[in-house]
Design a protein around this ligand. Structure first.
Ligand code: ARG
Length: 463
């Protein structure tokens, strides 16, 4: 229960009994939302500056309140602030302390404002700075992915569909696929800011106010494009929380997908990549083991981020307008998702620094599974004027023949090939060369070395 400096409950004049201890315990969000103290104080300062500009409060009161708020900010930053769960949340803790510091005039800070608009204002400001931190961490991920790609432009490996050898690709091209995804993640986070960028402050509990406030002024002060349009919507809306949680989920899904590949490729059946000792753990019983635990940790974390998205969707489903206590959980959920993602991105950067390709093994696997069959079909189209479908059938015949003879395509002799397609000449043999196969995919976005290098340069330049 919130009390002012005379130790009177703020709502004590109406509610006579003390809140039950159990409800105080579960009802308090302080442990979670104290993280918003800077945003809360910035919001309060903008609010009282506006109240003064509109001649609603005096110069003296405004200054006293700002003095008190700045003092509180310092106290909290220096761990000198005494938080008290009795005062429910960060907003009430700050207001209560303001009474202690400046006395009764603290009573003006909450004029034409409610915790309902206050908390969303704080949270929106927080989402903006969280987005910045996430995007600069994603930038680091991209940078480290580019480093690894640069070392592997000519590293040939199988490109898979259905986890079966499909066509040869460069390992760098595979890595650059993730650069595209992480780049989209950044854009996705930024796009959210567009919808979010409307100022909730001043809609008060749910109706707006009869005071002559200036919401454009606080919007400008707090860095919002404009005030929100509808007071009821504003205090009920958590779309921006969902948008953020969705972006976190997608980004953590991307991490989960790449580490899944890395786990498979590190397994003894593949051995396509090596993990340095920095990112593996041992077994308590099997002395030989080096396990990719860290990668598995990252894969698992997408479970948490998806779960959080669904928690929030479920809280909102069927929630009437406008504010309800149910909404208080939004902060725990969004902070958790944010922290998990930041940790995951940082761990993933370590992973990128500590993996290397096993070029020999990659090549060896690429040699299997008739991986140049499509190159052969394309060759027949280009050199022997066949339709693609006819060339496909000829190639299938050649693959069947090679399979029967237990040979790879590049082990077939020209004579053997000519039995199926008499027009073939020696020239055909170069289509079975794996590096040549990779480098021949010169169409925009393809896996040719020149394409990959161009993309690396493009993303190196991007901030
Ligand atoms: N701690 C509350 C929350 O985060 C602040 C809003 C309280 N509003 C109210 N009407 N009880 O949701």
């Amino acid at each position: 229960m919130t009390k002012n400096k005379n130790n009177q409950a703020i709502w004590g004049s109406r509610i006579k009994a003390n809140t039950s201890t159990l409800f105080q315990k579960v009802g308090s969000s302080l442990d979670i939302d104290k993280r918003l103290y800077k945003e809360d104080i910035a919001g309060s300062i903008a609010h009282v500056e506006m109240l003064f500009k509109q001649k609603i409060i005096s110069f003296k009161i405004k200054n006293k309140i700002i003095y008190g708020l700045n003092k509180i900010e310092k106290e909290i930053s220096n761990n000198k602030f005494e938080f008290n769960k009795k005062y429910e949340d960060i907003h009430m803790n700050i207001e209560n302390r303001l009474f202690q510091i400046i006395g009764e005039e603290a009573g003006y800070v909450h004029l034409a404002r409610s915790r309902n608009d206050q908390v969303i204002t704080d949270l929106k400001i927080w989402v903006k700075s969280a987005t910045k931190e996430i995007n600069s961490t994603i930038n680091e991920v991209i940078k480290n992915t580019l480093n690894l790609a640069e070392k592997n432009v000519k590293t040939v490996m199988p490109g898979f569909t259905h986890l079966k050898n499909a066509q040869a690709v460069s390992f760098a091209h595979y890595l650059m696929a993730y650069v595209e995804m992480f780049n989209r993640d950044k854009k996705r986070f930024l796009n959210n800011l567009d919808n979010l960028n409307e100022n909730p402050l001043g809609v008060v509990a749910l109706t707006g106010t009869s005071f002559n406030i200036d919401r454009n002024y606080t919007s400008k002060k707090l860095g919002f494009r404009k005030p929100t349009n509808n007071s009821i919507d504003t205090v009920s809306d958590r779309d921006f929380v969902l948008d953020f949680l969705y972006c976190v989920s997608v980004c953590s899904m991307h991490i989960s997908r790449i580490v899944e590949d890395l786990i498979i490729w590190n397994s003894d059946g593949y051995k396509l990549i090596n993990l340095s000792d920095k990112i593996v753990t041992g077994s308590s019983v099997m002395p030989q083991k080096k396990n990719p635990d860290l990668l598995e940790y990252l894969r698992g974390k997408s479970g948490t981020t998806y779960g959080n998205l669904f928690s929030m969707l479920t809280i909102l489903k069927g929630l009437p307008l406008s504010y309800f206590k149910d909404l208080q959980d939004d902060k725990e959920i969004i902070f958790k998702s944010n922290d998990v993602l930041i940790d995951s991105l940082k761990i993933f950067i370590e992973v990128l620094k500590n993996i290397s390709s096993n070029k020999y093994k990659m090549l060896e696997l690429t040699e299997q599974g008739y991986i140049t069959a499509t190159d052969l079909a394309d060759y027949l189209v280009k050199n022997h004027s066949m339709s693609f479908r006819l060339a496909y059938r000829k190639t299938a015949e050649i693959v069947n023949f090679a399979e029967k003879k237990k040979k790879r395509l590049n082990e077939l002799t020209l004579e053997e090939l000519k039995k199926i397609e008499p027009k073939l000449t020696n020239n055909v043999l170069k289509v079975f060369d794996l590096e040549n196969s990779v480098n021949s995919k010169i169409s925009y976005g393809g896996t040719s070395f020149a394409n990959i290098k161009k993309m690396i340069v493009k993303y190196r330049k991007q901030k």
